[in-house]
Design a protein around this ligand. Structure first.
Ligand code: NI
Length: 400
C-alpha cells in the first residue's frame, strides 16, 4: 500500500506542477465554446495541444472527435479508455469572469471545458518519458454530449473501442455540489435513461362561443397532462425512480378561437429497462385512448434517448481507491443518484468502467451554481485533482 500511495502522490505533484497550463487551457476553451458537432476550433485546439505533447492521435472521428493513443513503454498489456466531452450549451453566459464566453448565446455551463483541459493534462502526464507502464491508454475527446443522439455512440461506431479492444473505460464530471479536492463515486445506476415524447392532439377548431361544434384541443391536452402524471404516481413501483415531466404545451393564439391542434412535449427518466418500456407503452395507450374518449385524435412520437449509465462494481472500487490515495477518506463521498442523462453510458455498456464525480465547487468563493446555470463556474484548483485521478485510474487499471 505504501508504494502504491507514493505513486499517486507523485501524480498529484506532477499534475499540480502543470496547474497554470491546465487553467490556461480551460479558460481558452471556456472563452470559445461551440455546440455539439460544431466543435471545430475546440477540436483544432485539442489536436494542437496533443501535437505539442508528442501524443499521436486520429482526428475527424464522429466529425469533430479526436482519439489520442499512448502506448506504454513497458510493453503490451491491457487497454483503457479515458473520455472527455467537449461541447458547450446554448446558454448566454452571465458569469462576471475575465474568461467569459466570446460566443454570444453559447457557454460551457456543464464543465466540459474543464473535462477537456483535464484530459489534455492527463495525456501530458501519461506521455512523459520517465513514466513506464504496460498496455495502451486511449483518450477520447468526444463531441456532442448535450444533445441526443450524441457523439459517444458515433465514436463507438467509428471503432474507438476496437483495435486494440478497450478493457475498461473511465470518465469524470464536474460537480459544484462537491468542494474542489473531493470526489464522488456510485456503484450501479448513476444517471438515468433519458427519453422524450411529443404528443400531437388533433381536434376540430372553431369559434370560442360554439364549443359544441368543435373538439377543443386545449381541453384534451389539459386532461392529458394530468393523466400522464398518473403513470408515475399510480402505475410504477414507488421504490423505483421514475420522472415524467411535460416541458412544453403549445396551442392557439387568440382569446376567441378554439384551437384544433395542440402539442405537448416532455421527457421521461428511468433507471430500469423494464420500467422504461412500461412507461412508453402506457403513455401511448393512455394518450390515444383518452383523446379518443374526448372525440379527438392523438399521435405520439416517443424517442428512446441515452440509456442509463451503470458503474461497474470492481472498476468503481479501483477508481475510488485511487481517489482515497489522492485525497483521503474525508474527501471521498458517495455520489448522489441523479436522473440526468449522460452518453458516457454507451462506453460503459461496451466495457466495464466508472464515471465519477470531481468536486469543482468552492462555497467560500461563491462557485456553487449548478450545471447548466448561466452563472456556472469551475474552481480551477480542482483541475490537477482531475488529472491525477484520471492518470492514476488508468495506471492502476493497467497495472492490475
Ligand atoms: Ni455535462
Amino acid at each position: 500500500m505504501a508504494a502504491r500511495a507514493a505513486v499517486e502522490f507523485d501524480l498529484l505533484a506532477t499534475a499540480s506542477a502543470m496547474a497554470d497550463v491546465l487553467t490556461a487551457d480551460r479558460r481558452h476553451i471556456h472563452m470559445h465554446p461551440e455546440l455539439g458537432f460544431e466543435e471545430r476550433e475546440t477540436s483544432a485546439f485539442i489536436q494542437r495541444r496533443l501535437s505539442d505533447a508528442g501524443v499521436t492521435f486520429e482526428a475527424g472521428i464522429a466529425g469533430t472527435g479526436v482519439l489520442a493513443t499512448i502506448a506504454g513503454s513497458g510493453g503490451a498489456g491491457k487497454t483503457v479508455l479515458l473520455r472527455a466531452d467537449i461541447d458547450a450549451l446554448p446558454i448566454d453566459e452571465q458569469a462576471d469572469v475575465p474568461y467569459r464566453s466570446q460566443n454570444p448565446g453559447v457557454m460551457h455551463a456543464c464543465g466540459h471545458d474543464a473535462h477537456t483541459a483535464i484530459l489534455l493534462g492527463t495525456a501530458r502526464v501519461l506521455a512523459a518519458d520517465r513514466l513506464r507502464f504496460a498496455g495502451t491508454v486511449k483518450l477520447a475527446f468526444q463531441p456532442c454530449e448535450e444533445r441526443f443522439p450524441g457523439g459517444a455512440i458515433k465514436m463507438i461506431e467509428a471503432g474507438v473501442m476496437d483495435n486494440p479492444t478497450v478493457d475498461a473505460a473511465f470518465g469524470l464530471h464536474c460537480t459544484p455540489q462537491l468542494e474542489a479536492g473531493s470526489f464522488g463515486f456510485r456503484v450501479g445506476p448513476a444517471s438515468a435513461a433519458s427519453d422524450r415524447f411529443t404528443i400531437s392532439v388533433i381536434g376540430r377548431g372553431g369559434h370560442a362561443a360554439r364549443p359544441n361544434s368543435c373538439v377543443d384541443a386545449v381541453v384534451v391536452a389539459a386532461h392529458l397532462v394530468v393523466l400522464l402524471q398518473t403513470i408515475i404516481s399510480r402505475e410504477t413501483p414507488p421504490i423505483q425512480p421514475a420522472v415524467l415531466t411535460v416541458g412544453a404545451i403549445h396551442a392557439g393564439d387568440a382569446h376567441n378561437v378554439i384551437p384544433g391542434e395542440a402539442t405537448i412535449r416532455g421527457t421521461v427518466r428511468t433507471y430500469d429497462t423494464g420500467l422504461r418500456e412500461q412507461i412508453a407503452d402506457r403513455l401511448r395507450e393512455l394518450v390515444t385512448g383518452a383523446a379518443r374518449a374526448m372525440r379527438a385524435e392523438a399521435k405520439v412520437d416517443y424517442v428512446f434517448g441515452y440509456p442509463s449509465l451503470v458503474n461497474d462494481g470492481p472498476m468503481t472500487d479501483l477508481a475510488r481507491s485511487v481517489a482515497l490515495d489522492l485525497v483521503g477518506a474525508e474527501a471521498v463521498f458517495v455520489a448522489e443518484q441523479a436522473l440526468g442523462g449522460e452518453d458516457m453510458a454507451y462506453f460503459l455498456r461496451r466495457a466495464p468502467g466508472c464515471f465519477f464525480r470531481l468536486g469543482t465547487g468552492n462555497r467560500a468563493r461563491g462557485i456553487t451554481y449548478g450545471n447548466h446555470h448561466p452563472r456556472f463556474d469551475v474552481e480551477e484548483a480542482a483541475l490537477p485533482f482531475g488529472v491525477a485521478a484520471m492518470a492514476g485510474v488508468a495506471l492502476r487499471f493497467l497495472g492490475s
